[in-house]
Design a protein around this ligand. Structure first.
Ligand SMILES: Cc1ncc(C[n+]2csc(CCOP(=O)(O)OP(=O)(O)O)c2C)c(N)n1
Ligand SMILES: [Mg+2]
Length: 548
């Protein structure tokens, strides 16, 4: 070990880091050289945003911080959106950026911006490394903070002279396992009493329910207490199996079919809800009582103010709750009879032969070609609401969507990460023609890495979701359309394969062929978005017949 960057890389190896996603600059060249001799793989992307989206998704899917690296100023600022994505989405990540030397100032203020300050509101911790001696502790602290509940991003700035400075051997800090305390017995007793008294109880699974380590204990809890559940968009898939207690996903805040059950509930056991998500239901006077079960206490909001809390390691706390509840919740299935009717409404038009395809048909057809463990990664656009409502998941973390920052541009990078982590599973990115073009340059990265990945582009030649809202609010239909490249030729120019769906029945065979052929595959499908207003506005506003 000779210099600061060697010590940094050794400290990263000490944390079990396997790969770093990066667009290096000259200020990172010592780090790049240190990586050359290390076990850590350097994956270069074509934009810093993609590098950080991939690192964040690594954190989301594994529970361990993903790592990304950029230069100072312009590169570091390109990390901003993904830092916010990880902060709101509770994804553990460590962002490392370079900086000019801090001991001397040979380039005056060229390219210098105060990156640490810019990262402070976007991360859990943002620090400049000012001496080589502190590298082992600061890296350990960064990983601990990124990983501990509530997880999120941490930023470290390594100035180039510190990276280059000679070091004597500084010992690394060994990581140790973190055990989170389990909920207090008084809190468990209070929750049990409320659940046993409830006439129409319902469980809600929120974003934190999707933490990778929770999958088994959550499914077990639901199975043992037999109370029907719904989930938020980011809580989707957290209960394994085609559970017959699943009541739906709250993709809208009110008035959707699933709200027929929510509105009738007198108690909601809200597991892992994080108010970064668009509200899955609106609390108000006279509404149901809410018990918040989480790693951390609820943030009180106008629309979310729980009446009781069970705070602690969620898995073991739920097991203790189930020990007290199993076989005793006499009203457990009170709301279950609504289930079939809710699903009957949702599947309407899912097999209709219209071209361009209805969003319902796209969701339906995607489900046909995705095996149970296949992973669908969404970008942000109108189709996200349709996938959240209509796509049924049976395995945890098989529908990755961002209902927190809800940024466009993360769909492709997040799917690339899923494909790297699970090379044997089918991975599909679903992007709008707007969001896809925000990071489509990463097709080159995907081809270079030899990833197997299908990208479905939902084509309406517009920023469809904003156009839809424009219509709802009675603005003129103006200013939100655009043209597109020829997606088939665009794919081919990257060395990928491109296909165009041009019949109503064409999507399933094209997707199936794309998965069979492997490599990077782009599939463009035209969508008929008139369903957005017909279903999500008119039908839900006027015609939601009360389910009985
Ligand atoms: C980075 C970013 N810019 C703007 C928005 C606002 N926004 C939300 S959805 C949307 C339109 C998305 O268009 P597209 O990707 O084509 O999907 P569509 O809704 O047409 O299916 C926009 C502009 C956003 N969420 N993120
Ligand atoms: Mg669009």
């Amino acid at each position: 070990m000779t210099k600061g960057s060697d010590l940094l890389v050794a400290a990263l190896e000490n944390e079990g880091v396997e790969r770093i996603f990066a667009v290096p600059g000259e200020e990172n060249l010592d780090v790049v050289e240190s990586l050359y001799g290390s076990k850590i793989e350097l994956i270069v992307t074509r934009h810093e945003q993609a590098a950080a989206f991939m690192a964040a998704t690594y954190g989301r899917l594994t529970g361990k911080p993903g790592v990304c690296l950029s230069t100072l100023g312009p590169g570091a600022l390109n990390f901003s959106t993904a830092a916010a994505y990880a902060l709101l989405g509770a994804m553990p990540m460590v962002l490392i950026t370079g900086q000019k030397g801090i001991l001397t100032s040979k380039q005056a203020r060229f390219q210098i911006v105060d990156v640490v300050s810019s990262m402070t509101p976007l991360t859990k911790m943002a620090r400049q490394i000012i001496s080589t001696a502190t590298i082992p502790t600061i890296v350990r602290e960064a990983f601990r903070v990124a990983q501990q509940e509530r997880p999120g991003p941490v930023h470290l700035e390594l100035p180039e002279d510190i990276a280059h400075e000679a070091v004597s051997d500084v010992p690394l800090v060994p990581p140790h396992p973190i055990d989170i305390p389990v909920a207090h017995p008084a809190a468990l007793d209070r929750a049990v009493e409320m659940i046993l008294e409830a006439e129409r109880p319902l469980i809600m699974l929120g974003a934190a329910a999707s933490r990778p380590r929770l999958a088994d204990s959550l499914s077990e809890f639901v199975r043992r207490v037999c109370i029907p559940f719904f989930n938020t968009q980011m809580g989707k898939g957290s209960v394994a199996g085609g559970s017959n207690l699943y009541m739906g996903t709250a993709a809208l805040s009110e008035r959707d079919y699933v709200h027929q059950a929510i509105d009738r509930a007198d108690l909601i056991v809200s597991i892992g809800h994080d108010t970064v998500e668009k509200p899955p239901f609106l609390m108000g006077p006279g509404g149901p009582k809410v018990i918040h079960v989480g790693y951390v206490p609820a943030t009180v909001e106008e629309v979310y103010f729980p009446h009781a809390e069970v705070i602690g390691d969620v898995g073991p706390s739920l097991a203790l709750l189930a020990d007290r509840l199993e076989g005793k919740v006499k009203n457990a299935s009170a709301l279950l009879p609504l289930r079939e009717q809710i699903f009957a409404r949702l599947t309407d038009r899912a097999t209709e032969n219209r071209f361009p395809l209805t969003p319902q048909r796209i969701v339906h057809d995607v489900r046909q070609v995705m095996p149970e463990d296949g992973i669908v990664c969404l970008d942000n656009g109108m189709y996200k609401i349709w996938f959240a409502r209509n796509y049924r998941t049976r395995v945890a973390n098989t529908l990755l969507l961002d209902n927190a920052l809800a940024t466009m541009g993360a769909g492709l990078p997040s799917a690339m990460m899923a494909s790297i982590l699970y090379p044997k599973r089918r991975v599909l990115a679903v992007c709008g023609d707007g969001g896809f073009m925000m990071n489509s340059q990463e097709m080159e990265t995907a081809v270079r890495l030899g990833l197997n990945l299908v990208v479905l582009i939902v084509v309406d030649n517009a920023y469809g979701m904003i156009r839809w809202k424009q219509g709802i609010d009675a603005f003129a239909d103006w200013g939100l359309t655009f043209g597109n490249p020829d997606f088939v030729k665009y794919a081919e120019s990257y060395g990928a394969k491109g296909s165009q769906v041009d019949t109503a029945d064409g999507l399933v065979p094209v997707l199936e062929a794309a998965f069979k052929e492997g490599g990077l595959q782009l599939v463009a499908v035209p969508v008929d978005y008139s369903e957005n207003s017909r279903v999500l506005i008119e039908e839900l506003r006027n015609a939601v017949p009360a389910l009985v």
